[in-house]
Design a protein around this ligand. Structure first.
Ligand code: MLT
Length: 396
């Protein structure tokens, strides 16, 4: 028996587990201190009333023989029509037409971002921005895939552009970006689409934060860009859009025009999902179907505005302290430069020990993240205000 030795190349823990362990150790040593966590992007607002009502109705359905549901419908890989129709409606409002059999319901973006790799040979070269959401790099390293990095830095506004000299087969793009909060405009995304088509590459487009886009000129889906249906897969989530981090539901769109190696990736993904996945739960899907109703959209917009208020609170604090940052607009993340030339983990310890505030060290997202630090706007308004007050006192 041989294990997959690529796992041995990974760091011992996933980034957010390392942060969590450090914070738990600190809390154990200082049980009297009130620690404020602005680290992992986990939501704090309760689910929208429309979602809760739909989930209650779904529970009731499961309680009676005549409305009981077992496995989801096989036709669309266990996605219910009502949910798929609501997703199609949401795309139509962005001017994007998709068909029902291009939508695959998932238990969240993170799983699909890793699972999609089943479709691609391990000897493909993967292009990933640095810094980046660590799950992209780790899930490729687990398969032993060669990872190339696209440098994101202050000079390019943390929005790297394609380099003709680099031959990539798979390309990860997250916009608005985790961790930097930077968002591509249409021309920039078009350049990536054109590059992918020239190289015969596939873009895995992580749109988990699209609902935070305020600027109406920015694209919210890669399928708003001409040519994207021939080169991109879009991965979406209800986690940040509608507070589903604990409920678990998302969706992935694989267009039917996307063919590689003589095969339709839409069909390969359907084959993969029907073999290895039994669908998101009925209750989660019914809750998700309420998100894009008129009432649901109004309610989730109020929650997103609440987080935007937190982002503004943090942004004002950083501005007052004269600290350089990106994000916070069109994004729930603020990506700040560590003060006084501190390294990322050094600042993490300083902030935890002296202000009892937790963020995420930028270096955990890649080498270009060294010297930077990520704060999230997903906390409560009160704890965000208090964290900022403590940062002002510590860093003024
Ligand atoms: C983050 O903090 O980067 C995200 O919450 C992690 C995730 O979405 O899995």
């Amino acid at each position: 028996m041989k294990i997959n030795e690529h796992f041995l190349d990974l760091s011992e823990n996933y980034l957010f587990s390392t942060v969590g362990a450090k914070v738990s150790a600190f809390q154990k040593a200082h049980p009297d201190r009130k620690v404020i966590k602005l680290s992992i992007g986990d939501v704090t607002c309760p689910l929208a009333p429309a979602v809760i009502a739909a989930m209650h109705r779904a529970v009731e359905d499961l309680a009676h023989a005549e409305s009981f549901k077992g496995y989801g419908p096989d036709r669309y890989c266990y996605g219910y029509d009502v949910l798929i129709d609501s997703i199609k409606g949401s795309y139509a409002r962005k001017g994007v037409r998709i068909s029902s059999d291009e939508v695959f319901i998932s238990d969240g973006a993170k799983s699909d971002l890793g699972n999609l790799l089943d479709l691609f040979s391990a000897d493909n070269a993967v292009l990933i921005p640095d810094p980046v959401y660590p799950a992209y790099v780790d899930s490729n390293r687990m398969a032993g895939r060669r990872v190339l990095f696209a440098d994101a830095n202050e000079e390019n506004g943390f929005l790297p552009m394609p380099d003709e000299g680099v031959d990539a087969d798979l390309i990860y793009i997250c916009s608005p970006n985790n961790p930097t909060g930077a968002a591509y405009n249409r021309q920039q995304l078009k350049a990536w689409v054109d590059y992918a088509i020239r190289k015969g590459a596939v873009i895995l487009y992580d749109a988990a934060y699209e609902y935070f886009i305020e600027d109406p000129t920015l694209p919210r889906s890669i399928f708003e860009i001409e040519g994207a249906r021939e080169c991109a897969i879009e991965i979406c989530s209800y986690s940040k859009t509608a507070g589903f981090t604990g409920v678990r539901c998302g969706y992935t769109v694989v267009p039917k025009e996307l063919n590689r190696g003589g095969a339709s990736l839409n069909r390969l993904w359907a084959r993969r999902q029907s073999t290895k996945f039994n669908g998101a739960s009925y209750i989660a899907q019914m809750g998700a179907a309420a998100v894009f109703t008129e009432e649901g959209e109004r309610e989730i917009a109020a929650n997103i505005d609440y987080y935007r208020g937190n982002a503004k609170t943090i942004a004002h604090c950083l501005e007052e302290l004269g600290i350089w940052y990106t994000g916070g607009k069109n994004s729930p993340y603020l990506w700040m430069k560590c003060p006084n030339g501190m390294k990322s983990w050094e600042f993490f310890d300083h902030l935890l020990e002296r202000a009892n505030v937790v963020g995420t060290p930028g270096s955990g997202f890649g080498k270009n993240g060294e010297g930077f630090f990520r704060l999230t706007a997903f906390g409560t308004a009160d704890s965000t205000l208090e964290a900022c007050q403590r940062m002002r006192e510590l860093l003024k």
